[in-house]
Design a protein around this ligand. Sequence first.
Ligand code: BDP
Length: 647
Amino acid sequence: SLRGHFAVLRLLWLLSVFGTVLPLDGGMLFPRESSFREVKELNGLWDFRADGSPNRNEGFEKAWHKRQLAEPTVDRDTTVAYMIEMPVPASYNDITQDPTLRDFIGWVWYDREVAVPARWISDQGTRVVLRVGSAHYYSIVWVNGEKVTEHEGGHLPFEAEISSLIRREPMKPCRITIAVNNTLTLETLPPGTIQYMNDSSRYPDGFFVQNMDFDFFNYAGIHRPVLLYTTPKVYVDDITVETNFMDNTGLIRYKVSVQGGFSNTLNITLMDKDGHFVASSNGSSGVLRVVDVKLWWPYLMHENPGYLYSMKVHLIAVSETSTYEDEYTLPLGIRTVNVTNTQFLINNKPFYFHGVNKHEDADIRGRGFDWPLIVKDFNLMKWLGVNSFRTSHYPYAEEILQMCDRHGIVLIDECPGVGIKDIRSFGNASLSHHLVVMDELVRRDKNHPSVVMWSVANEPASEMPPAEFYFKTLIEHTKALDQTRPVTYVTIAEADMDKGGPYVDVVCVNSYFAWYFDQGRLDIVPLQLSTHFENWYRKYQRPIIQSEYGADAVPGLHMDPPMMFTEEYQNALLQSYHDVFDQKRNQYFIGELIWNFADFMTAQGIYRVVGNKKGIFTRQRQPKAAAFLLRKRYWRLANETGRLLPD
Ligand code: BDP
């Protein structure tokens, strides 16, 4: 029986070695305050200067990191910029009235001074770490003119320990300089190309453009919080948990890594949501047993979704001269994920994804982290009856993942592998960077119960011959990093998924029938969509998610009978897809994610009327007619598919 099957699997799980192996040095725990850790946010206004020199290199030639950007000794005769104030976090593109800055390509420089608490400097037993939540795309960081780190990639955090640097000149304020470059090349993720226009009768000298094969504005700048935090010199560097359950007993397998050298004692205490003691353990790895476990359930699948325990890791380390004490508390949810040929199981119950694709995108702030926007989006999603979303097309802020954990919103966690269309982007340099990005992504997000699947790419040119080796390597690598979650990449209906298809656990497929093809012909959707599902299923015998579908609608535009770009057409198109979904739902069809939750900005082009209008909400988060259609459907689906099925 299925039950017996899972019991055997669980036993094997207990006996197996720890599934998560991480090749990166060091952890990337989300900075949290505790009795032994402090956090100081550096959000607010920073000095900012774009390097508009023709080779975009003046900042380095004149060593802008050596002094304040605001200092008058810095030349101000370059084309774009003099020093201005820039909010952090935010994209810089839409902050000013200057189109040159909106469309800027190259290095921009930020700096600010920070008053560091005296104790952080005097106490040699304290580590001070500078952390950037994310900056797009390539960053170099200096403290008081000295380089402390560089990082490639726009949507993942990076940090540097700066304790000894700030102790050198304790009386001086500490100046942090961050240079950020948004240039995309064939080897970046996402890829892009820089094209010089050499026809001097049509373009001025040195004219160039950034080409990209993806459909969102390449927002840039410091997108997520920048902060300083402390740990003791000997500290909890990383924690990994894997969860399971047997009947009423929850199982948490944990591994803690400590950095800083000395021998130490680790005490692990698990508390429930109300702070009551549940279980404890000692040592750097082990299994915690949770009697009468409260599992982590998705929103609308249980009356108490998103149940989180807290795992407190307490460290005491002794050297000849001193004792160090550290504490880090990790929220965790106990749940399992399994995929069969036809189903996606969470806690062994079939889960049906009814949700959205999002972007981190809004007016003025671009992709900048913004609490009011995040909370509003969660309220809208819960109003809609959304139980899941995909982080299209890049990793989202950790604070968003934490909200998903607490609210029971299930996530497909996608890396920035979008727009891989040029055959040169399947080469070794691209692949090795892509593997590092997966390392960083899994390291950051491995402990989130909301994350149930990794997506390594969106709509790559998977029909090209090198795609086979590329995706085989990428998917196998990701599975080796994390054996507890399925892995996919998102493909297009028109593509032949052949090359990477055999390696995915779930087929995620986007289609735009009656939109990009057979324009205006809603009547073809039933035939094309069901034929296409049948073909994919026959070929791969994997469950299928409609990972994108939709139509642009200009809010307030009406036509009946429906025509493209009206609210009626968007509604009618969704409806025609839904009819087919409902036919396949009890077979192998396991979910539907609308494209898109909200309108979002794109590059300028004749297919986009100030951005992509496939949102069911406007960019300002007001509903179009489709939001009400979807709301009705999602709540009905929640009642039909979301209830707890008896064993
Ligand atoms: C899909 C892409 C998505 C686009 C969407 C569209 O995955 O990023 O925004 O099409 O064209 O192909 O609206």
